[in-house]
Write a protein that binds this ligand. Structure first.
Ligand SMILES: Cc1ncc(COP(=O)(O)O)c(C=O)c1O
Length: 350
């Protein structure tokens, strides 16, 4: 269901669709937040109301990710790309290196940014880890290619860090395996302008202290998330999105996500007209990528889909083709409508 228009299904890879209930709550919070007569974006971050909001968003994440109190949660700005830089700034010291698993665009980008800071070793498979790295980094879902990293890889001997921007809270997962998790919020967690960081205290304690404060995790942790003005609107969106997930029942949302992906991949496998791009064992749950027989047909497909209210299906410019993102807020009806449209398109163009 689209934000303002029930006839729209938004398949955008990011920023992703938001649940209509969340949009309604955000509209209300822009009118009069918590009876304060002002919007959530206009209230001091030193106020009781903001502190309560941040604590609520944090508590929701702890429940959804099943985190113990050995983890610190930080709400930072600069998106996931900011974390590509902050992570190595904080943990790569002279004489230590980091392992980066690179299986796609985002993993490569993360590795390239870290290589500007220190020694980086890239590997294709999370198997032959270095014995003494400062940390090991994976990208759990490659948003552009539409591939996911199979979960059952052997743990590295060093702390495992992950960019989960495009599949955080999209499926059941053991977050306890990871010493450090980060995600831009604009796909499954709310709106852009917020990076969620979850770090094991023990790992965090190894971070550098003598960095400019704004880029120092320990400084943000010490200040309780209030080192500088937080993006209160994005934290509010995160609180509403996670309230929505808890109200739906995360298991229900995750079962629904599995059905959505299954249904779309089944359609892609049904006919040679569609050319799914991800190897079957690595198919993403959240970003489904495919091509049509010609680029001309893809343009026709995108235009006709848009006219039917199936929007933002264009693949990333680096890859072309079609990409349907099926984040938590996309209802099953969206996939049903897309599959019905695809059948019709194949009948008339195949
Ligand atoms: C897996 C992944 N990592 C990082 C990013 C970059 O995120 P941001 O735009 O928040 O910097 C994206 C954006 O699409 C992504 O999909």
């Amino acid at each position: 269901m689209g934000g303002m228009n029930a006839a729209i299904h938004n398949f955008c890879a990011g920023p992703g669709a938001l649940p209509p209930e969340v949009l309604a709550a955000l509209r209300a919070d822009l009118t009069d937040w918590r009876g304060l007569g002002r919007s959530v974006a206009e209230v001091s971050h030193r106020s009781e109301a903001y502190r309560a909001l941040q604590a609520h968003a944090e508590a929701n994440l702890r429940r959804l990710m099943r985190l113990g109190d050995d983890r610190e949660i930080l709400f930072l700005q600069g998106g996931a790309s900011g974390q590509f830089a902050m992570l190595p700034y904080n943990f790569l010291r002279a004489g230590t290196g980091a392992d980066y698993v690179v299986r796609g665009h985002w993993g490569e980008k993360a590795a390239r940014q870290a290589a500007r800071v220190g020694a980086v070793r890239t590997l294709r498979d999370p198997l032959d880890w270095s014995p003494r790295a400062a940390y090991a980094h994976v990208t759990t879902n490659e948003t552009i290619a539409g591939t996911r990293l199979p979960e059952a890889f052997p743990l590295p001997p060093s702390p495992l860090c992950a960019d989960m921007s495009s599949d955080i809270l999209a499926a059941p997962r053991d977050y306890g395996r990871y010493a450090f998790v980060y995600a831009g919020a604009q796909k499954n967690l709310g709106v852009a302008g917020l990076a969620v960081v979850v770090a094991e205290h023990e790992f965090l304690s190894r971070a550098r202290r003598n960095l400019p404060a704004c880029f120092c995790y320990l400084e943000h942790a010490r200040a309780g998330g209030l080192y500088h003005t937080p993006n209160a609107f994005a934290v509010d969106a995160l609180a509403h999105v996670t309230d929505w997930l808890l109200a739906q029942g995360p298991e229900n949302v995750w079962r629904r996500n599995a059905r959505k992906a299954e249904r779309l991949y089944a359609e892609l496998d049904r006919s040679a007209f569609w050319r799914p791009l991800a190897p079957p064992a690595e198919r993403s749950l959240t970003n489904v990528t495919f091509r049509l027989p010609t680029a001309g047909l893809e343009e026709d497909f995108l235009a006709a889909a848009e006219a039917e209210g199936l929007v933002a299906l264009r693949g990333h410019r680096a890859l072309g083709g079609i990409r349907a993102s099926l984040y938590n807020a996309l209802p099953e009806a969206g996939v049903d409508a897309l599959v019905a449209f695809m059948r019709d398109f194949e009948r008339t163009h195949g």
